[in-house]
Design a protein around this ligand. Sequence first.
Ligand SMILES: Cc1ncc(C[n+]2csc(CCOP(=O)(O)OP(=O)(O)O)c2C)c(N)n1
Length: 430
Amino acid sequence: MNVQLPPGSKPPRPATPMLDRVSIPQDLRNFSVDQLKLLAADLRAETIDTVSTTGGHLGASLGVVELTVALHAVFDTPSDRLIWDVGHQTYPHKILTGRRERIRTLRQGGGLSGFTRRAESEYDPFGAAHSSTSISAGLGMAVARDLKNARGIKDDRHVIAVIGDGAMSAGMAYEAMNNAGALKSRLIVILNDNDMSIAPPVGAMSAYLSRLLSSNSFLSLRELAARMARRFPKGIERTARRAEEYARGMLTGGTLFEELGFYYVGPIDGHNLDHLLPILRNLREAEEPDSGHAGPILLHVITQKGKGYPPAEASADKLHAVSKFNVITGEQAKAAPGPPTYTRVFADALIAEATRDPAIVAVTAAMPSGTGLDRFAKAFPSRIFDVGIAEQHAVTFAAGLAADGMAAVMATILSSRSACLINSCAKTLV
Ligand SMILES: Cc1ncc(C[n+]2csc(CCOP(=O)(O)OP(=O)(O)O)c2C)c(N)n1
């Protein structure tokens, strides 16, 4: 559709009749599936319109619109703990959780944070911005719940951590899963797999997830076995379930997640509410204390970053982070001309040094564009290492390179990101 607007004018805000009926998640819990689908469409339109005026993380938020609706429809937030990893994908969550009126203050001085903040809302149980913390935080909450129950304080809340495939490349996520598996904790981890982080994801983990996706025969067999098992009477059901687990192991050798002690479910289409809602309900029931199931569950959800907004879907980075933009064309506001940025000066200086010295190599933790190393990568494609969201490894890897004669430069962005993790820990301690 070719929309003509007078020069300089803004398109009107989208009509959002379903969303207008929701100020907190309680309001959507009696909606039918069809109403939830309409709500998701409204929520997507509101998210796009908001970010066009504030700038911010657009692509990731658009990718989790249906997941956000489904999670708030199925789980009893804020009593159930919903933890979003990084928190950059929570604009739809903020709109549904009492913050719609302030949503156009996002990332402005005195306005809403661009990430989750405990102080901002009871629907944000953990402060984030630093990637890959959600499973550890969720495990802490699950254990706190269990310890309260052991002391006779009834607490039956569910804990759900939503983590992206990029964030899943960090060692801390595996440290947390390893611990959760060993503790057999009641915890739901949702892997939001959009095959993207800021740059395309790197490494064996991303290749592994693609392989899991492609094993369709395994999925249909497994789904059939699980469905049949559910229909059997109690005793037989248990035997059938064991048979299903056995068959799963035989077919796949067990997924990595299962080796870590998780019950793996998926992959499922994260934009299809007809699939998401019943599966989330099943998981909620499986995580009830008296369900007979013990241990953490991993739900693998496939989503598309930038979903539902053609300029985001078409762009290479799925409009991960944007400045203000024109909703109709997707064109972003250009930064006012000024002195070169630090990032630019750093990248130019490093390229100049590397031209002289062949021992110089660069290391980034999934932030090639944010650190300026994307320009270095163009100049020296074989001397740049993107290690995924794995700063701890990146620093030690660079140290190893340096220990054996290379001049390794590891560029990272500290700013508020690392500070915020320390900050949320410090607040918990106080
Ligand atoms: C420790 C740390 N390193 C880097 C970042 C910068 N960062 C923010 S979002 C993001 C990508 C996350 O990818 P993924 O988890 O796949 O989520 P998606 O954006 O694809 O939904 C990165 C690298 C960060 N927030 N924290």
